[in-house]
Ligand binder design. Structure first.
Ligand code: DLL
Length: 433
């Protein structure tokens, strides 16, 4: 079976493969990781209770806190001499989460990354400019191995040095760009400033963007400014890194289901939700050896779809991640994700998709300010125009998201640009309480 054919496996065959792999994973986790054995025993389940895929829901969840509690290698299911790679998430507070890979895990990761890149038929004909950070972050090396396996020429640019990256992209004739959506937008912005013609000076045909949420408006802005196919890449270090899911030409984010089982749960009750309902994504790995993850709570909010996708892939698809449960804001009782605010902003003429959300507390209520950079060309217009623009943004936020937010227009290029994951929220609530 070719790599691409794995996405099109007959459903029955896929289910049988998943069940066999799930049973093996659960068996290994139970016998090799004391943490899992204890949790299963407490929940009164044994590996032999997993007789069908539906039985998955009998198993307890695993969380980031569990990884932290067993820092650094306590959840590994293999001795360290079988581990060939270690990555870790940055973690802003406390210890980072640490993940390990055996040689077999590296082969799995390479395969799912190659399948991600095949969403735009990457081949030995391509030059892949990889501007994801290299290092402990999984983005850089994940894309690197996948692209190399397909025979493409990889340029391991890593993050930063925007102008030099543009020079290399042009001079080397990069056909594929890999980076966060916010960095792709920043690259476009700097390219224009430097006098490049984005469509004529570059040979880009597709980009693989992920590691942070991007609203439909931002995705469109990136795709249109570069004139490329936008492929979304989704994943997380705890599961494997990038390579958990990738979007096809119809924009559906297909999960590589022969390696990862997705479920969506109600984040409050832990109840598995029916397909089509929004909730927290939970993932179980089926082939990972060093760090099997059983029902890992990602905190990412999405919806699972089992209806067939027009592309013909038989593997399930999920909607673009709306955001992390941690990043959800509650403004006057209304839940809102930064990506929803972003979507509204990107639909209004006269501002750029560069913004931050400043959250403050006023009494018991959250107060929201949205700082948005205006377009260069608006500056020549009078104050009246800017006031109208501000009012328009406030109205749109109220009409679409039902939130009362104060919009502050700021001058072009004054908000901080990120080379990796963009920071969209400035939370002042703790300071003021
Ligand atoms: O961000 C892995 C990755 C690298 C994915 C490159 C895609 C491309 P972590 O640093 O562990 O791993 O962060 C994982 O990032 O739980 C999501 O909240 C967020 N995330 C990743 N991809 C997307 C996406 C990498 N396509 C966390 N849309 C995840 C929205 C995403 N959020």
């Amino acid at each position: 079976m070719s790599l691409k054919e794995k996405d099109f496996m007959p459903k029955e065959e896929l289910r049988a493969l998943q069940l066999k792999r799930l049973q093996e994973t659960v068996e290994r986790a139970y016998h090799l990781v004391p943490f899992y054995r204890k949790k299963f025993d407490e929940a009164g389940v044994k590996p032999s209770d997993i007789r069908s895929l539906e039985d998955l829901k009998k198993l307890p969840f695993t969380t980031k806190q569990d990884l932290r509690n067993h820092y650094p290698f306590g959840l590994f299911a293999v001795p360290m001499d079988r581990v060939v790679r270690i990555h870790s998430s940055s973690g802003t507070t406390g210890k980072p989460t640490v993940v390990g890979y055996t040689r077999h895990d590296m082969a799995v990761w390479t395969e799912v990354m190659a399948r991600t890149l095949l969403m735009a038929d990457v081949s030995e004909k391509d030059i892949v400019h990889n501007a994801y950070g290299y290092g402990l972050f999984t983005g850089g090396l994940g894309f690197h191995y996948g692209a190399e396996a397909l025979g493409a020429a990889v340029v391991p640019a890593s993050g930063g040095f925007t102008k030099r990256q543009l020079m290399l992209m042009k001079d080397f004739g990069a056909t594929i760009l890999c980076c966060t959506p916010s960095f792709a937008l920043h690259l476009a912005e700097v390219a224009k400033e430097e006098g490049y013609d984005l469509k004529k000076d570059f040979k880009l045909r597709a980009g693989f963007f992920g590691a942070e949420p991007a609203s439909p408006g931002l995705r469109k802005a990136v795709a249109e400014s570069w004139g490329i196919q936008y492929v979304e890449a989704y994943g997380l270090s705890e599961i494997i890194g990038p390579g958990v899911a990738a979007s096809c030409e119809y924009g559906s984010l297909h999960v590589f289901e022969d390696h990862f089982i997705p479920e969506v749960i109600d984040p409050e009750t832990g109840e598995v939700l029916p397909d089509g309902e929004e909730g927290e994504l939970v993932i179980t790995t089926l082939t990972k050896q060093a760090l099997p993850m059983i029902r890992y709570r990602t905190k990412d909010i999405t919806v699972i779809h089992r209806e067939p996708c027009k592309c013909g892939r038989t593997i399930v698809w999920i909607e673009s991640i709306k955001g992390r449960a941690d990043d959800m804001l509650i403004v006057n009782g209304v839940n809102v994700f930064p990506s929803q605010v972003e979507h509204v902003i990107t639909k209004v003429e006269g501002v750029t998709p560069n913004y931050v959300i400043v959250v403050d507390k006023k009494g018991v209520l959250d107060k929201l300010e949205v700082w948005v950079e205006v377009d260069e060309k608006m500056l020549t217009d009078g104050v009246g125009t800017l006031e109208r623009l501000q009012k328009k943004l406030e109205e749109e936020l109220l009409n679409h998201l039902y939130i009362n937010a104060k919009v502050k227009l700021v001058e072009p290029k004054t908000l901080e640009r990120s080379m990796g994951k963009a920071k969209r929220i400035v939370d002042r609530r703790e300071l003021s309480s």
